[in-house]
Design a protein around this ligand. Structure first.
Ligand code: PGA
Length: 252
């Protein structure tokens, strides 16, 4: 079964307007494989530049966050309708920084994922265990729980529109990346949970990325693993040449 390869660049709270413009000018002039989905997730302020530069480029973009209501008195928040106007087609949900720092619950992650689907976005649902959970032998339990919670009430048709990212929290931004076999094991646990819920044939069609200190020189190793279909990349997506090299190495 060949699944679509996906490479996401999560810029987090990095790159103002001039850095974004510099990145995009270089990135669109670089040869990037079209044999995969490449998705940039800049801060909200950079989205209009994505719209300007990436139109008809084959490169997608999306938002790192959004609010779970349609509109109204929610000071500081951004709605899915606003993101759609900016041409976004993807969103991240459940990123560990949203869960840990901003206290997003499993219920909120499920609600946001549902809403994003209803608005026609492709959600990349992130899950992962902490170092303490791993040391306590609770990785399987945590991943199983997060996947089930995020998919609450979802049909087969819904779940086929999702992409997942397994990101062990201890490997994010630390330079301590998971070994290829740890990454494969985590991604496989996600796929097994999907298979238990929706059957193996559905589970086999869903792209699942690994994230956590993915770099141009280690992506090939991850992609050689049976269940890993791409990468969600933070630090190494901030420079156009790093990220294009990473994507091209990943699709080799
Ligand atoms: P990193 O971030 O590549 O800098 O570890 C990954 C992520 O948080 O998605």
């Amino acid at each position: 079964m060949t699944r679509r390869k996906v490479f996401g660049g999560n810029w987090k709270m990095n790159h103002g307007l001039s850095e974004t413009e510099n990145f995009l000018q270089e990135f669109i002039n670089t040869k990037i494989s079209s044999d995969c989905d490449v998705v940039l997730f800049p801060p909200f302020t950079g989205l209009h530049l994505m719209q300007k530069y990436l139109k008809a480029s084959g490169i997608s973009y999306g938002a790192q966050n959004f609010h779970c209501e349609e509109k109204g008195a929610y000071t500081g928040e951004v709605s899915l309708a606003m993101l759609k106007e900016l041409g976004c087609t993807w969103v991240l949900t459940g990123h560990s920084e949203r869960r840990e720092i901003f206290k997003e619950s499993d219920e909120l992650v499920a609600k946001k994922t549902r809403m994003a689907l209803d608005h026609g976005f492709t959600p990349m649902v992130c899950i992962g265990e902490t170092l303490d959970e791993r040391k306590a032998g609770k990785t399987k339990e945590k991943l199983n729980h997060q996947v089930r919670a995020a998919l609450f009430g979802m049909s087969e048709t819904d779940v086929l529109k999702l992409t997942f990212a397994y990101e062990p929290i201890w490997a994010i931004g630390t330079g301590v990346n998971a070994s290829q076999s740890d990454a494969q094991e985590g991604v496989k646990l996600v796929r097994d949970t999907l298979a238990n819920l929706y059957g193996q044939s559905i589970a086999n069609q869903i792209s699942i990325c690994y994230g956590g200190s993915v770099k141009p020189n280690n992506i090939e190793g991850y992609m050689s693993q049976a269940d890993i279909d791409g990468g969600l990349v933070g630090g190494a997506s901030l420079k156009a040449d790093d990220f294009s090299t990473l994507v091209n190495n990943g699709v080799k």
